[in-house]
Design a protein around this ligand. Structure first.
Ligand code: ATP
Length: 357
């Protein structure tokens, strides 16, 4: 069962195509993110679903019904904006009641529904508080409560964590996921932050230049990227340019521009001997020491301690920079800047994509 279906949806502004024939289905009750860099068309896509922008072509269906001719205020969707748009002159109860009043619901129902939704977002009994008395995280929850009290089929969230400081953003990612789970409502979330998308989503669509590059679970996108763009945008990767020397059985032998050779999985079927390619290798699959199938020699430049995601930066002999992930940098057997090291990884851990230059 799908709550939201978009089919060949496009939006052109004059000669410029902001959204280019995008199709996707969002299963009922799931958390679906659209992830992409600034300007790729995420907001335009969401504004079409909300009804604020008219598609140039394509269809949008909610619970199986096309909503193209339904005005924004009649669509069964609600939208949470980055700046939340709470009414500062109204107290919390009035903010949440606003949409119900506009619908003409009776006073007793409004009072009951406001109390219920405040309870569900973990802020019971705060009806009389002013917006200015709330923390940033509480404001987020009220903005969501104000939408959820209207029981939309789909909640649209346009980078709602963008204005928060780092610590609060980390906490709100977990809270948002919990709220979505609790309400069992379909959330469509747009972000340029891959860590937000990976942490919260059941499925993610990676968007680039108006098109979807890949739709998948966070694990699929991370472990099995289908394009160089996805490999580079989702998670951290070493990314080295090179040239394919040979291709056989889905494996490519690559000569790296910076020097050295490696064997990697072919990420697409356009790679042939002589193709310009990029090799992607995740920092955490690299190891320091001899014996691995692929090997680059280099000199340790620096050690970057950052708790769980610590890194060793190594300059390979040919000039490439290698980022090696370390689960723990505990001081034992630790390499030192200036040390000569071998960096290794297995054939299956590198992925190669063709590049048109
Ligand atoms: P950001 O993360 O920066 O908000 P985005 O991925 O949401 O970016 P959009 O806001 O959808 O991107 O914009 C996509 C492209 O469409 C941009 O190049 C933008 O300049 C263009 N665009 C958006 N709205 C209009 C408009 N009304 N008229 C002309 N061009 C527009």
């Amino acid at each position: 069962m799908h709550d939201l279906q978009c089919e060949s949806l496009s939006k052109r502004f004059g000669a410029y195509t902001a959204v280019n024939s995008v199709s996707f289905n969002v299963p009922r009750g799931s958390f679906f993110s659209i992830l992409g860099p600034s300007g790729c068309g995420k907001t335009t896509l969401m504004r079409m679903i909300a009804g604020f922008e008219e598609p140039t072509s394509g269809d949008i269906r909610i619970k199986g019904q096309s909503v193209l001719s339904t005005p924004p205020n009649k669509r069964p969707v609600k939208m949470v904006f980055q700046h939340l748009a709470l009414f500062p002159m109204m107290n919390i109860g009035e903010n949440i009641a606003y949409g119900l009043r506009c619908r003409g619901e009776n006073k007793a129902d409004i009072t009951r529904k406001v109390a219920q939704v405040l309870d569900r977002v973990g802020l019971p009994g705060t009806e009389q508080k002013q917006v200015s008395q709330l923390s940033g995280g509480q404001k987020q929850r009220i903005a969501i409560a104000r939408c959820m009290v209207l029981e939309p089929d789909v909640l649209l969230l346009d980078e709602p964590l963008g204005a928060l400081d780092l610590k609060l953003r980390e906490r709100m990612k977990i809270e948002l996921k919990q709220l979505q789970h609790q309400f069992e409502t379909t959330f469509l979330y747009i972000t340029h932050d891959q860590s937000e998308a990976l942490l919260m989503s059941d499925n993610v669509a990676v968007m680039n230049a108006g098109q979807f590059e890949q739709i998948g679970s966070p694990q699929e996108l991370y472990n099995d990227p289908k394009t160089g763009f996805v490999a580079g945008f989702v998670g951290d990767s070493n990314r080295w340019p090179g040239r394919a020397l040979s291709v056989a059985d889905g494996k490519v032998r690559v000569a790296l521009d910076g020097g050295g050779e490696a064997i990697a999985t072919a990420g697409d079927d356009r790679i042939a001997a002589g193709s310009t390619v990029e090799l992607f290798v995740r920092p955490e699959v690299l190891s320091v020491g001899p014996g691995a199938e692929n090997r680059l020699e280099g000199t340790v430049e620096s050690l970057l301690f950052n708790g769980a995601s610590s890194r060793i930066l190594v300059r390979a002999q040919g000039g490439n920079l290698i980022e090696v992930g370390q689960a723990v940098m505990d001081g034992t057997n630790r390499v030192q800047p200036g040390a000569r090291v071998d960096i290794g990884w297995s054939h299956g851990h590198g992925r190669c994509f063709s590049v048109s230059r």
